[in-house]
Write a protein that binds this ligand. Structure first.
Ligand code: FPP
Ligand code: MG
Length: 296
């Protein structure tokens, strides 16, 4: 079913009628297509659901193109990022083409759906701006961090689930709550995988968040368990590349202090709340479990 979404995205981009952009788009890896799968699971395979899924996936792809420019990331989903191969200017413009085309297509939906998705993109951008701002200094405030995750990742998944429910005449609030919690839990698992996984599995460098200045939940928990010199050592490592020995010290501390486990427990609590919101919908409950157990 996601093949139909990929085809629809391809048609939308082809209609822009600029072969260089189309060719570049075709080099992008599709990723997990979590948002598209969710929409189809909630709204079925009708034509409008395929179009909505394609719109949301184009917006997501655009946001990752811009994010890789902002993060100066060289790898995305195991292959060189567009900014690495074509330069940042073209990566930004391809992102602009994808998301403006998505917005043109969005105008065919009813105003509640169009507004919900458009508002989500504003939140996404605010979340990304907060992320960049927060990376400048060590952040120990978990609530502020979770708010940023909600904006950066949760809101678009929340909008996807809510709009799919609106299309299908289902309870929009329940599905929105499901999407919101799934999205935040998804990003917490991402933060954990940065620590416990490796580059070959992730398709991007591991132990890289803290180097980029990102004080993810495990680092916030670690900070709270440390005192004196150890805490100073952690703060001194924030936002700069570390030696192998320093990386090992960080990784061991994150695991032995229970910091990773504490973050996992927070993702679990959000997942449980998501499952309760759609209780009885077995396929959507299964999505939560596979997301919690994912390794990349
Ligand atoms: C990945 O974060 C980034 C996002 C989920 C959102 C990025 C949003 C924007 C750039 C706003 C602009 C939006 C549009 C539509 C142009 P990450 O860096 O933590 O994850 P990563 O490790 O996968 O890069
Ligand atoms: Mg990034």
């Amino acid at each position: 079913m996601v093949e139909a979404v990929a085809r629809r995205m391809q048609e939308m981009v082809a209609a822009v009628d600029y072969p260089y952009a189309t060719g570049l788009f075709e080099t992008l890896s599709g990723g997990k297509r979590l948002r598209a799968r969710l929409i189809m699971m909630i709204a079925g395979e009708e034509d409008a659901a395929v179009t909505l899924a394609a719109v949301i996936e184009l917006i997501h792809a655009a946001s990752l193109l811009h994010d890789d420019v902002i993060d100066e990331a060289q790898l995305r989903r195991g292959t060189p990022s567009v900014n690495a191969t074509e330069g940042s200017k073209q990566a930004v413009m391809l992102g602009d083409i994808l998301y403006s085309k998505a917005f043109s297509e969005l105008t065919q939906f009813d105003a509640r759906i169009a507004k919900s998705v458009a508002d989500a993109v504003t939140s996404l951008s605010v979340g990304e701006m907060m992320d960049v701002q927060m990376a400048k200094t060590f952040n120990e405030d978990d609530k502020r961090y979770l708010q940023m995750l909600y904006l950066k990742t949760g809101v678009l998944i929340e909008a996807a689930a809510k709009c799919a429910a609106l299309l299908a005449g289902k309870d929009a609030d329940a599905y929105a709550l499901y999407g919101k919690n799934l999205g935040i839990a998804f990003q917490i698992i991402d933060d954990i995988l940065d620590i416990v996984s490796d580059e070959a599995t992730l398709g991007k460098p591991a132990m890289n968040d803290f180097v980029e200045g990102k004080c993810t939940l495990p680092y916030i928990h670690l900070y709270r368990t440390l005192e004196g010199e150890a805490r100073e050592r952690l703060l001194a490592l924030h936002g700069r590349s570390a030696t192998t020995e320093e990386t090992q010290w960080l990784k061991a501390g994150l695991e032995s202090s229970g910091a990773v486990k504490a973050a996992y427990a927070q993702a679990r609590a959000l997942s449980d709340e998501a499952k309760r919101a759609v209780s009885g919908d077995a396929p959507l409950e299964a999505v939560i479990e596979s997301m919690m157990q994912r390794t990349f």
